[in-house]
Design a protein around this ligand. Sequence first.
Ligand code: G6P
Length: 319
Amino acid sequence: MVDRPNKPAALASTPGLPPQPQVNISHDNSRVSAVLPTGESVDVLLFGATVISWKDRAGNEKLWLSDAAKLDGSKAVRGGIPLVFPVFGTAPDHAATSSLPQHGFARNSKWEFLGKSSSESSPSTSPSDASVKLDFGLSSATLDEKSKSLWPFTFSAIYSVTLTTEGLSTGIVVTNDGQEPFEFQTLLHTYLRIKDITKIEVTGLEDSEYIDKVDGAKTKSQSGAVTITGETDRVYTPAKGPSSPVIVSEGGSEIFSVLRDNLKEIVVWNPWTEKAAGMGDFEPKDGFKNMICIEAGSVRGWTALEPGDVFNGAQTISY
Ligand SMILES: O=P(O)(O)OC[C@H]1O[C@H](O)[C@H](O)[C@@H](O)[C@@H]1O
């Protein structure tokens, strides 16, 4: 069931049953927050539909957000989950997107909150199974004039953020509502919070081909687990396919698992010392020790959408 966003939070009452605690949603002009009855929470800025916080039931933050991140819409958010669309990085050789800013306009656009759907409406749902899906929309009709002039295609996008007691899923659905085909790239630029980058191992990318962006975009092959010992910026095409998760372990314990749905690549990024020092909105400067970006996306080559066609891509992060 889809509730109107303004509906006040209330206790669900089913005749004969005691009231169940409900998912608590609050929203204003700039952000939407949801808390499950068991305590897990998520905060999403309308600017970029950027997830800026995701906490487990004990209140532990799962995402890294820079202390200097701009949350006022003046710049893409440094941290959380910025949404990359319709271009990854810049594409000077791809005429249709060559004028767009780095990573496209989605992360710099104001999205509309379309509403929530949650499992709580069923009386048989116990609080420990509660979940909530928050939907956000952006389309050529709501895009600012500048972005529209740089990318004049007719499209609509729905970005859904689903919080469960097990994890967080984020997914984008893009529809070509126009009369001509267009091509795009998209990526979920997730900054995972970790304690110590030197103790991190990423598995699930063994034997996968990757483009090493810090070594002249050479194509290489991953042997064994990925460890981070310096600036890292790699576009992996996982050899194992989407049903195998990418696992982040810290000190030998698995702390995150990332499953992809219809997203072919995984970008692994850590700016390390110098790059972090050069980013004005990256604070504290040694914050690179506490983050690793594991970014599910479709960014090698282009996804073409014919008029009327729909693309769906998503990730599920569990811990
Ligand atoms: O600084 P941003 O525009 O947010 O980009 C941050 C990073 O995003 C991705 O991970 C790219 O692979 C990197 O090359 C880039 O530096």
